[in-house]
Write a protein that binds this ligand. Structure first.
Ligand code: NCD
Ligand code: ZN
Ligand code: ZN
Length: 345
């Protein structure tokens, strides 16, 4: 029998970019209408590097939530070689910070202030391990000599594994995984390591980036890999393993910044994200695992309560907007104008 409704504990998004200003105003209500909580990335310009800056950013997010919304932004600090461990720890204790984000310098959008030598932040990471504060990782090396399609695998071998050996008590989330090597390692590395998986990395491979011409709206980092990697990441997502959970990496950029001689990395997938995930789990015969991935595994890893309300998806079809307006600019969502099977009530 085919299923035409899905009810699940209200999900959370464990990796999102909201930006600031007009973009913030345009994108926050969409996420707040679906997800109860979201881990908000700190890669603003300049980045969010203190508990006070995170508190102020959280207030700007709450200010643009629809009236009556119970959306809860969970804030992160952007790890730099000069971050103050006392400020981080105090922010964590006060609930102003939930995690710290590691961007290797230059790895992705707005990461210039990131870490050049991970050894220089060991004292900070040690403190985080002591207090149970998770480290969220953009897991790519930045050496220009390393092929872009190998950067995640090389990061795991040369940075992540040694880091886990040095600090076995540190809780780490390897964000937006894209390779078989990441899926295999996370599945087997013990309960201090987990991974988020995006909708787009479950659907597209590197060939899709060039289907009929170059597709700037499918360009994100880490870049989509070969089909064998997509299939391995997809198998991990639908496996029911508690180490994998939902993180959209929704990363809006104005159309003019994507469709450019040097276009930015990032896919704005928030509008259709839950529908896309549902379609994937259905196609793989794993709808019974969707709730764990979307709503249970994340809070368990972070040590946070599971949400108390539920959401319902119905197979009535839902059309993703063609564009989203943000002040003077326009953003093109993932699956723009396409009708997805699953609609949120
Ligand atoms: C993100 C962004 O635009 O901020 N871009 C992306 O391609 N994923 C940054 C990131 O998550 O790496
Ligand atoms: Zn990233
Ligand atoms: Zn991201």
């Amino acid at each position: 029998m085919t299923q035409d409704t899905i009810s699940l504990v209200r999900p959370d998004d464990w990796h999102i970019h909201f930006r600031d200003g007009d973009m913030l105003k345009a994108v926050v209500p969409t996420t707040a209408s679906v997800f109860r909580r979201a881990i908000v990335m700190p890669n603003l310009v300049p980045p969010v590097t203190t508990a006070a800056a995170a508190r102020a950013y959280r207030q700007r997010i709450l200010d643009v939530c629809p009236a009556g919304s119970d959306f809860q932004p969970l804030m992160t600090a952007y790890l730099t070689e000069t971050l103050d461990p006392d400020d981080l720890a105090a922010g964590y204790e006060a609930g102003d910070l939930t995690a710290v984000k590691l961007y290797p310098a230059g790895a992705t959008t707005n990461s210039d202030a990131g870490v050049r030598d991970i050894r220089r932040v060991d004292a900070t990471l040690k403190r985080m391990a002591e207090i149970g504060m998770p480290l969220l990782v953009h897991g790519e090396v930045t050496d220009p000599a390393i092929d872009i399609f190998d950067r995640e695998e090389v990061f795991i071998e040369t940075v992540l594994k040694p880091l886990m050996d040095r600090l076995p008590d540190l809780k780490i989330v390897l964000e937006h995984i894209t390779t078989r090597q990441a899926a295999d390692y996370v599945a087997s590395a013990g309960d201090h390591l987990a991974a988020t998986i995006t909708p787009h990395h479950l659907e597209i491979n590197r060939t899709d980036l060039f289907r009929g011409g170059i597709r700037p709206h499918l360009y994100c980092l880490p870049i989509a890999k070969r089909e064998e990697h997509r299939l391995a990441v997809r198998a991990a997502a639908v496996s029911g393993s508690p180490r994998f959970f939902l993180g959209t990496d929704s990363a809006p950029h104005a159309v003019h910044a994507k469709e450019a001689a040097c276009g930015c990395a990032g896919i704005y997938n928030a509008p259709g994200a839950l529908s896309v995930y549902a379609g994937i789990f259905e196609a793989d015969g794993a709808l019974d695992k969707l709730e764990a991935f979307a709503s249970l595994n994340g809070p368990r890893f972070y040590g946070l309560p599971v949400n108390e309300t539920t959401v319902t998806l119905r197979k009535t079809g839902w059309t993703v907007p063609e564009t989203v307006t943000a002040g003077k600019h326009v953003v093109m969502p993932y699956h723009a104008g396409e009708t997805l099977d699953w609609a949120l009530d």
